[in-house]
Design a protein around this ligand. Sequence first.
Ligand SMILES: [Zn+2]
Length: 158
Amino acid sequence: MLNSETSSTADCEPDPAVNVRSTPIGKGVFADRDFQAHDVVGWITGKVHDDPEYGSEYCIDIGGSITLEPDAPFRFLNHCCEPNSQFTWDENEDDPEAIPEVYLLALRDIEAGEQLTIDYNWAADCAIPCQCGADSCRGWIVTLDEIDQLPASKKKRR
Ligand SMILES: [Zn+2]
């Protein structure tokens, strides 16, 4: 029997090209159709924060002190050390102060039903063990740039 799980927050149309389902590690975002490498999977909507102190598990750092807290469905993207997609935005050359529009870009061909994943690129002191299962899994959800700094911060912070 279904619990009454209503999506009350979505007042705009959910992106029809993806769906959110549960995975062994929580919610995940899955492709509803095939995508080709370099396709735009979807545009990311959410709340923009202009605060250098702001941080959250899902937020996207889009330069300067600006971060974007993505709405569903894309806030549920899981990390993979071999991701098939990536948050991307284009600088507005006419107005460098403008908040860029962020989209999810397919890094390779993606088949309908595949889970969409990104590389969280977390700093070493935020790293948590990774369960992505990719051949090249780093063992930790951490940016490649800071993987050398892991031993000092392997103690779980939370
Ligand atoms: Zn991994």
